[in-house]
Write a new protein. Structure first.
Length: 204
């Protein structure tokens, strides 16, 4: 049985190694591509409310948890395991899979445009408030004027900081999400019967 010190050492080793060892051991093939198998044999892959236009959301929860565990955008392939490969069904699954990530990409792009507009508006409001605060600094109406000027100055810097935060952090995160969804929409997809060792029916 491992002691407390042994567990701490193992924990530090896991932190040092990251997730590369697990991913390489279980998913990396000799061609340097990470293969994720998605077993569709025990359930209907399509969302019951969307017909064949969308896949079950839990499928993407599984796929995304695998993809986002990777440290970079290494090449991956998704292998759908089916009872029997049928060209029409396979085509609908693939189209629904790619459609999901392209819709997510569109949403990221819309959100990026919205954030850009908001950041510009916040910067303009901050600049105007800052100008008001500076102008009030040249007036002298007593303590009330000083308090109001200080409040306006604080409000101005709050708007400026909010604008900078959206550009420096929120837009950067959305750009990463957009790239992720774009890559996933182009992921190599294959279908294979359960029990087969190699993926078949590849589609780039």
């Amino acid at each position: 049985m491992a002691t407390g010190n042994d567990q701490v050492k193992q924990a530090f080793e896991l932190v040092r190694m990251g997730n590369e060892a697990v991913l390489k051991e279980n998913y990396l093939n000799e061609e340097g591509v990470y293969h994720l198998e998605v077993d569709l044999r025990k359930s209907d892959p399509f969302d019951p409310y969307a017909g064949t236009k969308a896949l079950d959301p839990s499928l993407f929860t599984y796929v995304d948890s695998f993809r986002k565990a990777m440290v970079n955008l290494a090449p991956i392939a998704v292998d759908f395991i089916v009872e029997e490969s049928k060209e029409e069904t396979d085509r609908l699954i693939e189209e629904a899979f790619r459609r999901h990530y392209r819709m997510e990409l569109c949403e990221c792009q819309r959100e990026r445009k919205r954030l850009k507009i908001i950041s510009i508006v916040f910067m303009i409001v901050g600049a105007l408030l800052l100008a008001v605060a500076v102008a009030m600094g040249f007036t002298d109406f007593g303590i009330i004027d000083d308090v109001i000027g200080e409040i306006v100055s604080i409000a101005a810097w709050v708007f400026v900081w909010a604008a900078v935060e959206k550009v420096a952090f929120d837009l950067r995160d959305l750009k990463k999400d957009a790239l992720y969804n774009a890559v996933m929409s182009l992921t190599d997809i294959s279908f294979k019967k359960g029990g087969e060792s190699d993926a078949g029916n590849h589609r780039p």
